[in-house]
Design a protein around this ligand. Structure first.
Ligand SMILES: [Zn+2]
Length: 194
């Protein structure tokens, strides 16, 4: 999931307009950003799920035992929030930390039962993940709802702000349409396995 996380970031932007948009987008996928170097280093791995090559949408079991463990995600979120509090203050730091953790919450329904509780899957506690990726249409629909919902909330807020300032509402409309288009393109690329 990428598009759905960005949709959530747009929804948060509508509530906390003081948080830079790029920081919200980065926070929403920060756990995946950290996952990539660990994947290339072989510390975290992916395995095909369900007989495919693992490249198509949601067809991999992801052993992201450090970045996507529950406790690891909480620690990553706390560090991200603390670092962001330095330039932007405590409130925005807390919001950005929470957005980082939202990634884990939104991944939970998607993942194929591969998210550990403790970093490194220590103690081998039961793995988490409700496996919605087994039904790609349902998983994609959930992402789409997040994109459209986030864009709608963003539009509502930006529109109201423009009206209150007596300014044109055109930029609010353009930005919301851009969110929807980029979300659908991202989801489309994801669905075809790019
Ligand atoms: Zn993830």
């Amino acid at each position: 999931m990428i598009a759905g996380h960005f949709g959530f970031a747009a929804a948060v932007k509508s509530r906390v307009p003081g948080a830079p948009t790029w920081s919200l987008m980065l926070a929403s996928v920060w756990m995946d950003v950290l996952f990539l170097p660990l994947l290339f280093a072989g510390v975290e791995t992916m395995q095909p799920f369900g007989g495919g090559d693992g490249k198509a949408y949601g067809t991999a079991v992801i052993h992201a035992d450090w970045t996507h463990s529950l406790v690891g995600a909480l620690l990553i979120s706390a560090v991200f929030g603390l670092v962001c509090a330095v330039p932007w203050g405590r409130k925005i730091g807390a919001v950005l930390g929470a957005v980082v953790f939202s990634h884990w919450v939104l991944d939970l329904p998607m993942h194929h039962h591969d998210m550990p509780v403790l970093p490194g899957n220590a103690a081998h506690l039961p793995l988490l993940g409700f496996g919605l990726w087994s039904v790609p249409a349902a998983a994609a629909a959930l992402e789409l709802v997040l994109v459209l919902g986030g864009a709608w909330l963003y539009w509502r807020r930006a529109n109201a702000t423009s009206l209150a300032a007596g300014a044109s509402t055109r930029s609010a409309r353009v930005a919301s349409i851009a969110i929807v288009i980029s979300g659908i393109v991202t989801l489309g690329l994801n669905l075809v396995g790019v």
